[in-house]
Design a protein around this ligand. Sequence first.
Ligand code: GDP
Ligand code: MG
Length: 268
Amino acid sequence: MSSQSAVSVPLEYSPSIQLIPVSALPRPPVSVVVPCYDESDGIPPLLERLEAMVPLGWEFVFVDDGSRDATFSTLLGAVRSRPWMRVVRHGTNLGLGAAMRTGFAHARAPIVCTMDSDCTYLPERLPELVRLVEQGADIATASPWHPDSMATQAGRIRSKLSRTVSRLYKSVIGQDVHTFTCLCRAYRREVVERTPFRATGFAAVTELMLRGILSGCSVRELPMEIGVRRFGKSKLKIGEAILSHVGLLIVTAVVLSARRARRRIGLP
Ligand SMILES: Nc1nc2c(ncn2[C@@H]2O[C@H](COP(=O)(O)OP(=O)(O)O)[C@@H](O)[C@H]2O)c(=O)[nH]1
Ligand SMILES: [Mg+2]
């Protein structure tokens, strides 16, 4: 892995808001970054579920990405009585990748997770992903496309797209990883610190995984079903996602062929 720091914070963000000053908080064992964009209806049920995880002593860093609805005020109202919550805000919508970078810059724990705010993956299963990292994995990902995963309930076109691109990545990268598109993950802290990723949108999730693998990170998968979104709407733009994946596939194939060519002529 390169020693270059990947965490560059977008200019337009507010410092983290929390009940107790961050300097007075003990370092948590796990930080969970929760990117949110126009998710006001889903935040209260999400918080209710996270409340049950408070005994774990984890911190949850919510990144509101310039939401146009009441997401930010809902988060602000919630943080007043929840010391395990921190809230960061982009003044305008900068995209999922930018929100991940901001969240990583605020995460303090040795293991850093990301999760969807719409609970399509069960937050209660995050400890299983964390355990895989504790057991030695650099990246642990929920994996709906793993052969042991139950049938998925997500929309048909989106599922097909996600499954197809993951198959393509698997064959290009040549490793036994089945899902490259899932935000529900745990990382060893050094991975998010040292793996630069540039995508601003959803492609960032895949880019981080690919760059991690290319720099030697080990990946473990946890077979997991995708649930149905019960609040708000999906923010995924299918056309944009296809273009980003085509770009990432081409770049990955080129990087790997260049590596093979160098090896063939005896270069390191
Ligand atoms: N911060 C931020 N979060 C986003 C953005 N777009 C989506 N998200 C969040 O990323 C997660 C996954 O997005 P979602 O719309 O559910 O995508 P889907 O699961 O592929 O349909 C959710 O928690 C969203 O709120 C964005 O532009 N900025
Ligand atoms: Mg979702």
